[in-house]
Ligand binder design. Structure first.
Ligand code: C2E
Ligand code: MG
Ligand code: MG
Ligand code: MG
Length: 278
């Protein structure tokens, strides 16, 4: 039957496919206006030191308050933004917003914490990333030790270029985190030579810790390796007490996941997690 349909070229566009195409077309048009209409928001997810329960950091995660579709998660629009290049502008907004929010909290007397932002590959490869980071630090007056950038293993593939960018970020005083560790191109070579502060164990490994022995071994090995290289480990997607206990046993440094909290808007984070500095 598919073959028959294929004979009439125009009929390969089924009504469903057309609806998808129109939807995507509209979403893209909306995305172009989203920045100027101030429709993006950041939610923040706590990163907790499990022995003390102390909050050490927050990961900033973007959402789009779409005028008719409601609050959209990044899974619904980041890929589109990468395809049409809007991601660089959106990414700049994220960095500026996260830094200025963190500075506001500090100015309000909260105990200082680090805020991490996710960098897209395109953003990481843009020539003005370092200049933009410096400008943002100057404009927001945030101490760079409270900023962390999350990059993925794919960005390490441009070895010389990446090393150079990371060294410059490091020189500014910004922290560096490898996100979704273990799901991409993991190379011991870059791990050894890049100035990395944190490794984030991907949720897919954490999910299976209690089910699959191999995953438990992998998690143990990542933690040992990271510690030997003077890096800290953050486990992402921790949902259960069992996973938490296992990770504490393995000396995992920081925990991020629904077990402690979902990502929340800034005002809720402030109420629930931030503490006035003594
Ligand atoms: P990521 O950086 O690995 O962020 C972690 C994702 O896991 C977040 O999804 C978070 O809400 C979710 N998560 C955390 N703990 C749990 C848990 O215990 N259970 C479950 N089921 N999920 C958990 P989110 O916010 O939908 O973000 C998805 C991805 O979108 C992020 O993955 C990141 O790659 C990307 N992203 C988010 N914000 C930005 C941004 O500002 N810029 C760029 N370029 N990418 C972003
Ligand atoms: Mg991340
Ligand atoms: Mg991650
Ligand atoms: Mg992940």
């Amino acid at each position: 039957q598919a073959k028959e349909l294929g004979k009439n070229r125009y009929s390969v566009y089924t009504p469903e496919l057309l609806v998808d195409m129109v939807y995507e077309y509209r979403l893209e048009a909306d995305l172009r206006k989203a920045l100027e209409n101030d429709e993006f928001v950041l939610h923040y997810q706590p990163q907790i030191q499990p022995q003390t329960g102390e909050i050490v950091g927050l990961e900033a995660l973007i959402r789009w308050q779409h005028p008719s579709l409601g609050l959209l998660p990044p899974g619904k629009f980041i890929k589109l933004a990468e395809e049409n290049g809007l991601i660089t502008q959106i990414g700049k907004w994220v960095i500026y917003e996260a830094c200025s929010q963190n500075k506001k909290w500090q100015d309000a007397g909260m105990a200082p914490i680090k805020v991490s932002v996710n960098l897209s590959t395109q953003q990481f490869l843009t020539k003005d990333l370092i200049t933009f980071m410096k400008d943002t630090i100057e404009r927001t007056a945030l101490d760079p030790q409270y900023i962390v950038v999350e990059i993925t293993e794919y960005m390490a593939m441009e070895y010389e270029y990446s090393l150079n960018v990371l060294k410059q970020l490091k020189a500014i005083g910004i922290g560096i985190s490898i996100d979704d560790f273990g799901t991409g191109y993991s190379s011991l070579n870059y791990l050894k030579n890049f100035p990395i502060d944190y490794i984030k164990i991907d949720k897919s490994f954490v999910d299976e810790i209690m089910i699959d022995h191999n995953n438990a071994f992998i998690v143990k090995a990542i933690i040992t390796l990271a510690h030997n290289l003077q890096m800290q480990v953050i486990a992402e997607g921790v949902e259960t007490k069992e996973q938490l206990d296992f990770l504490i046993n393995q000396q995992c440094d920081l925990i991020q996941g629904y077990f402690f909290s979902k990502p929340l808007p800034a005002n809720e984070i402030e109420k629930k997690y931030l503490v006035q500095q003594k």
